[in-house]
Structure formats: structure tokens, C-alpha cells
Design a protein around this ligand. Sequence first.
Ligand code: ZN
Length: 393
Amino acid sequence: MRTVLTASRLFTPDRILDRPVVVVEDGVIASLASQSHSELPPGRHVELPESTLIPALFDVHIHGSGGHDVMEATGTALNHIGSFLARRGVGAYCATTVTAPLDSLLRSLTGLAQLLRSPLDGARPVGIHLEGPFLSPHKRGAHAESQLLEPSVALFDRLWQAAEANIRVMTIAPELPGAEETIAHAAKLGVRVSLGHSDADAHAARRGVLAGAVTATHTFNAMRRFDHRDPGLLGEVLTNDNLFAEIISDGLHVAPTIVRLFWKAKGSERALLVTDAMAGTGMPDGSYWLGELEVRVKNGRAIIGEETLAGSTLTLDRAVRNFVDFTGASLAESVALATRNPARMIGLDAEIGTLTPGRSADIAVLSPKNEVIETFLAGEPQLVPSTQGYLNG
Ligand SMILES: [Zn+2]
């Protein structure tokens, strides 16, 4: 089947096309071009005259949404999460675990590995982001202190085997005993090692990078405070042009001015937008699970205890809009931080993150206010049933 999408503009995101015509055949992008005066090719025509087409978003740090947490590791949970994310423009994500008792964590990893092989609704989990247990007790955030573990190759291998080699990102504090060997070992297996939840000084941070780390977890959050005489991990993250780095641009985790500083430091090739979203995202205020932690959501803040932020209720489309507002970056630049850059960081840039002929037609549609009004995954609309709405022909 052939579908022909027309819109106001399209971001690949490396290129901007005005009045784009996207031809989708059997779920794959067959061609991309600006509209000429010649007639549109035959097929099912979808006219989106006010809209911007962008690649479906990719979140490499997300715990849950829509009332469910990935550590439930059931088809029901992942279908709920995937459907919710698809309605918010997300096409792919890394199912992110939190620190839990080791047997629970192993059980979740085993369950997730099975689910990654199964057909699921909506946004596709492309792998697992292991956030914990190799974190600093001094910068643990919401992670349970009693369940943090010292990194070792042997322990990593147990997790890796339970996950059937589906761990694509691992957050680790590089200053912990055993961290360097574990980082080097994981990196050799293709894991993208992310420095975070860390009290590392500059020296330990550098050693983590030399061991093989390539990115940083929610920059500024759960890191040693930046000090001009003790720059710590932040000094390394903000000045090393080879390192990718995540940021949570919800206006709560990091002040807008600091998001601007982050943008100046990391720039268009290395900055990554993530949500760190938890089960309460898209849900009313109340209590939700983050792994085995009970988290309260009040006025959009997810907290444990009196004030410790425990994930966010941010969605990635909102993160992109916030980033534009906070930094003055263009929409196309900001979209790249939630599409192309995470795909490059994780090594999936030959499959996802850009709109390119020959790839799956995973396309988010933005309104003039940059809100998601439709998402196509493999060419299939996720919001508006294809028999109504804007469809013609
Ligand atoms: Zn997280």
C-alpha cells in the first residue's frame, strides 16, 4: 500500500524541506522531496498543510508512563507504555530500570529480554538502560541505598545474561571500586556506558571516560556540585567534546539558565534530550511505582520523601518545546537532540532517528504550536483512526 504525506515543512532533521511530499510504501519511506508542480503520485493522500514532519522521537532514559513501569516487565505494561509514548510522538525508547533487590532486577531484565522479541503496541523498546545498581550512595537520588552494589565484571555478566545481551546503556559512577574494569568490559560488549549518579572528582571522571564511557546521565542531576576549583564529573561532561550528555529539560530538574549553559557546552552534535519519565507521566496526581519505590506525584513533580525528585512526568515532545524556549535553539536543532543524536549515541543511526528513504516510516507530526497531532510508526497512524480526520483520497 502507498501513502503520500504532504505538509508545510519537514526536518530530516539535518535538512529542512518546505512543502514536503513523503511517499510511504508498505511502511517504508520510498521517497522524500519538496512538492513540485507535477501531480502527486497516486495512493492514499494524507494532507497536513499546517504541520511539520519530524522523525519519531527516541528516548534513551525512560522508566514508564501512563500508569506503568518497565520493571513490571509484562506485555500489558509495555503495551500501555508504548501506546502512550506513540501518542506523544515517540517511536523508540530504552526501557530504563532502577536499583532494586538483585533478584527483582534480574527478574525484570529476564522479562524485558523476552518482551523485546515480542510484537508490542506503539513505541518500540530497542534495548535496556540499566540505571543502577552501580551508583554512588552519595548521589543516589531516589535509588534505594541498601540495594546499591559495587560494580564488578562478574556481577555485570549476571545482569547481561539475564538481559540476554539487551543492555544498550548502563549508568555507572566511575569512582566506585571496580568501576573501571566494569566500564571497560561493558564497553567492549557494545554497551554505551553513561557516567552518572556520581560524586566523582575530575580525575575519576576522566578515568571513566578513558575506560570507555561515551555519555552522561541526566547532566547536573545526581552529580557532584560544580565548583570552579573542584569541577568534578560535570567539568569533564561539559568540556569533553566527544561525550554525549543527557539533560532533563522540564524546568524542574535543571533551571532554564543551566539548560542554556548545557546547550552552549554540548552543542548540536552531543546534547541528548531525555525524559527520565516514570509511571505517573500522563496520569493524575497520586502514588505510582518506580521499580519497587513508591513515588508521589503532585502537580507534575514526582518525589520520594520530602523533596527528592524521583524521575519526571515529562514527555519528550514537551522536552523539545521547552528546549526551544529555554535556549533559543531552533526547532530543527532541538528535534535532532531527541532523534538523530540519541540514535547516534546508541549506534542505531542506520535504522532510526532520521527521515531517510529506505527506512521505516516513523514520523511525528507537529502542529503550528509544535504539539504532536499524529505519529506514524511503520506508516501506521497511532492517534487518528485512518478512516477519518485529515485523510483524503
Ligand atoms: Zn532515571
